[in-house]
Design a protein around this ligand. Structure first.
Ligand code: PEP
Ligand code: MN
Length: 351
């Protein structure tokens, strides 16, 4: 349930409503908008007459029962957008935040080099997996804590905060000790034990959309984290499975404005995993920015391979430059003044 205060309701009237809610055994979340304040009521078993009783209090305009299955994640509950603070970065505000780095942490040199390249190209967060969710048990599973140490070293050198994935509840304390943002991957979107574990923390979590999850299921997964008390949730659209095979996944860009309408949480796009092809990353990154994404997660895995190093780094650099100067229309219309794509097609392997 939400309590909508009248325009111009006084701080005392707002405080009075909060006191009454607490007396009745509920908690509250106050959203102070430009025009009015909305108080979200947190708790279960809300009696049928609570709304009417609250509406009699001074300064209350109306109460509404929320019909969506997710509450804390919904914009009805909290009309003002959530801004997740990571050091001096504000994810979900008007800044556009690019997170970039290798798919997996493979060596100290690779991470340091990629971190420098990512920083030089304008990235604000360094990504890299030390624990990798692999389809095959024979694939490289990640360096574990050693990888986290390399990421921390790269952060110390470049000043870039880090984001890295946690796969297992048992690893949450260790990964949380090293990272600035915990990443929950597509394969774990409905790992409820893991959602609960990160919900108990007080640090940023990026929740990727399950590859076969509906938007409602994705928001319900976010609800688990919020319900645990952790409000610092960032969503990430990373492509879903459809019948289409031309790209590795179908990056569901329409999900971004839909989620922004339904929820107050920041949303970033991952066009790398979302398409699986390098030539699609720059145009889809620009398109994501155009539809309102709060940032990007870009995988620069091929940087470790010397032959591709220059070309991939340059594509990434050009892409950021383009975002900065707002050349998106040229890009999207494929106009002659558009940017040359330096890597015609590079299929990315692994996850
Ligand atoms: C990743 O970001 O490295 C990753 C494994 O992504 P996803 O969970 O989206 O496949
Ligand atoms: Mn990956």
């Amino acid at each position: 349930m939400i309590v909508v205060m009248q325009r111009g309701a006084t701080p005392e009237q707002i405080e009075h409503v909060i006191e009454r809610l607490r007396e009745a055994g509920y908690r509250e979340q106050v959203s102070t908008g430009e025009e009015r304040t909305v108080i979200g009521v947190i708790g279960t078993g809300i009696p049928a007459d609570l709304g009417e009783r609250l509406e009699m209090l001074p300064g209350v305009e109306a109460t509404h029962r929320l019909t969506k299955p997710y509450k804390l994640a919904s914009r009805d509950f909290k009309p003002v957008r959530t801004v997740v603070q990571v050091g001096d970065l504000s994810i979900g505000s008007d800044e556009f935040v690019v997170m970039a780095g290798p798919c997996s942490v493979e060596s100290r040199e690779q991470v340091l080099q990629t971190a420098r390249a990512a920083k030089a190209a304008g990235a604000r967060v360094l990504r890299g997996g030390a624990y990798k969710p692999r389809t095959s048990p024979y694939s490289f599973q990640g360096l574990g804590e050693e990888g986290l140490e390399y990421l921390a070293e790269a952060r110390a050198e470049t000043g870039l905060p880090i984001i890295t994935e946690v796969l297992d509840t048992a690893d949450v304390p260790l990964v949380a000790k090293y990272t600035d943002i915990l990443q929950l991957g597509t394969r774990n979107m409905q790992n409820f034990a893991l959602l609960r574990a990160v919900g108990n923390l007080d640090m940023p979590v990026m929740l990727k959309r399950g590859m076969s999850a509906t938007i409602e299921e994705w928001l319900m997964a976010a609800e688990y984290i919020l319900h645990g008390g952790n409000k610092q949730v960032i969503l990430c659209e990373r492509g879903i499975r459809t019948f289409e095979t031309a790209a590795r996944n179908t990056l569901d860009l329409s999900a971004i404005p839909i989620v922004k309408k339904l929820s107050h949480l920041p949303v970033v796009a991952d066009p790398s995993h979302g398409t699986g092809k390098w030539y699609l990353v720059p145009p889809m990154a620009l398109a994501a920015a155009a539809v309102g994404a709060d940032g990007l997660l870009i995988r620069d895995g091929a940087l470790a391979e010397p032959v591709r190093e220059v070309t991939v780094a340059s594509t990434f650099q050009r892409m950021l430059l383009d975002l900065e100067v707002g050349n998106d229309l040229q890009w999207l219309s494929g106009g002659a003044a558009g940017i040359t794509i330096l890597v015609p097609e590079m299929t990315m392997s692994g996850s």
